[in-house]
Design a protein around this ligand. Structure first.
Ligand code: OFO
Length: 171
């Protein structure tokens, strides 16, 4: 059985994952509006992944006898400045999400809730991957600088990064 505190913290994480999905959807739209096909495709993929993260946690809470809650979400920005600024925002957001997952792990240990601790390890691994991916993308953007040809290639390249996570909800 989940403690009240654990359940509340997991439900808060559901909100964070859902908001992440909205933020990346807004980024997809921004990029699409600028004709950046590869980047928008990547962001649509990220948005879907975040929804999957949200659903996985949603189902877990209900499976453990708790009640998963659908919360009101904050409206994401619709303007992201430049490609570099947008990916910096994405990176910062992922660092924030990692901190939030760490906090959940901390609560699970305090509660001696080893089932939830085990469940959360998937998120810990996922955050390592997402932060690393964002760092790699930012490095590439820094290399390109203002080179339009480089940007064109980057927009094409990023399509390869649009991968669906190997672990699906309930897996
Ligand atoms: Fe849910 O992993 Fe990104 O935020």
């Amino acid at each position: 059985m989940l403690s009240e505190r654990m359940q509340k913290a997991l439900n808060n994480q559901i909100k964070i994952e859902a908001e992440s999905s909205q933020i990346y959807l807004a980024m997809a739209s921004w990029a699409e509006g600028k004709g950046l096909e590869g980047i928008s495709q990547f962001m649509y993929g990220q948005s879907d992944e975040e929804r999957m993260h949200m659903l996985k946690m949603f189902k877990y809470i209900n499976e453990r006898g708790g009640s998963a809650v659908v919360s009101e979400l904050s409206k994401p920005a619709s303007e992201f400045g430049s490609i570099k600024e947008m990916f910096k925002t994405l990176f910062k957001h992922e660092v924030f999400v990692s901190q939030s997952i760490n906090e959940l792990v901390h609560i699970s240990l305090e509660d001696k809730d080893y089932a939830t601790h085990n469940f959360l390890q998937w998120y810990v691994a996922e955050q390592i991957e997402e932060e690393a991916q964002a760092r790699t993308i930012l490095d590439k953007i820094n290399l390109i600088g203002d080179d339009k040809g480089g940007l064109y290639l980057f927009d094409n390249d990023i399509k390869q990064l649009t991968v669906v996570s190997s672990v699906m909800p309930g897996a």
